[in-house]
Design a protein around this ligand. Structure first.
Ligand code: NAD
Length: 256
């Protein structure tokens, strides 16, 4: 379905981003990965579907590196047709104890990076009159939780940014939408499970059950594969007129 299209997925060496990159490659897109950690492992998985998949190590807190990555995607893959802004980090603490440096990093990586990548990629999308921008926000783009000031601010921000970008491009072939997952068991959330297990002297399974019970009525984690299938759908012609939406995949979290 996506053969002939190219995709840049930020933060795709792990978790949700890797799941989305895999699904886009399975559907025929040429893919550029981004992110830190197990780059070779992620590339090996994606290359089973897109043997020419590449990786760019841009730090998503650095605007000049983001722009250079988009330019490299256009030069090496021929275009940046699909842009998935997924890179993200978390820090959990009440505002009065929140390190200012963590605030700045979360706003830069979880919010400002999407502005910089869209700014760089949109002119090329306009030139081809086709583009798909998918911003991985969160239920925390729609509702708040304690101890996540920077994350909730960044995710509410990216939902707003998604709407502006969708409106600015509403008469073009470029659509812009946000996906808002609830709990997904990735390394980012495992850290929060570990913290809960340590604080309450409970085991990993009990900590996961408690985490889900607090917020996610289905008591099931959303999977990267489910989010990836939604991303593929958003790239399909059936989604041509889905614009500026924030689609929650959250087991009922924000229905409460
Ligand atoms: P993860 O920790 O598994 O993956 C994060 C990815 O971002 C990794 O590839 C990492 O290398 C990359 N990254 C981090 N800092 C970076 C930087 N400065 N530059 C480039 N890459 C960087 O986390 P995940 O859970 O898969 O999260 C992916 C996205 O989904 C995030 O935006 C997160 O906020 C969002 N999200 C996650 C959940 C969840 O429950 N896991 C829920 C809602 C939203």
């Amino acid at each position: 379905m996506l053969s002939g299209k190219t995709a840049l997925v930020t933060g795709s060496t792990s978790g949700i981003g890797l799941g989305i990159a895999l699904a886009l490659a399975q559907n025929g897109a040429r893919v550029m990965l981004n992110g830190f950690g197990d780059v070779e492992g992620a590339l090996a998985q994606v290359r089973r579907h897109d043997p020419k998949a590449v990786h760019d190590g841009a730090d998503m807190s650095r605007p000049e590196q983001i722009e250079a990555m988009v330019r490299r995607c256009e030069a090496d893959l021929g275009a940046c047709d699909i842009l998935v802004n997924n890179a993200g980090i978390q820090h959990v603490a009440p505002i009065h104890e929140f390190p200012a440096e963590r605030w700045d990093a979360i706003i830069a990586i979880n919010l400002s990076s999407a502005f910089h990548s869209m700014r760089a990629a949109l002119p090329g999308m306009h030139g081809r009159n086709w583009g798909r921008i998918i911003n991985v926000a969160s239920v925390h783009g729609l509702v708040a939780s304690t101890n996540k000031s920077a994350y909730v601010a960044a995710k509410h921000g990216i939902v707003g940014l998604t709407k502006v970008a969708a409106l600015e491009n509403a008469t073009t072939g470029v659509t812009v939408n946000a996906i808002c997952p609830g709990w997904v068991l990735t390394p980012l959330v495992q850290k929060q499970v570990d913290a809960r297990a340590a604080a309450q002297h409970i085991d990993n399974e009990a900590a996961k059950r408690e985490l889900l019970a607090e917020k996610q009525p289905s008591l099931q984690f959303t999977t990267p594969e489910q989010l990836a299938a939604l991303a593929v759908f958003l790239c399909s012609p059936a989604a041509d007129n889905i614009r500026g939406a924030a689609i929650n995949v959250d087991g009922g979290w924000v229905a409460q």
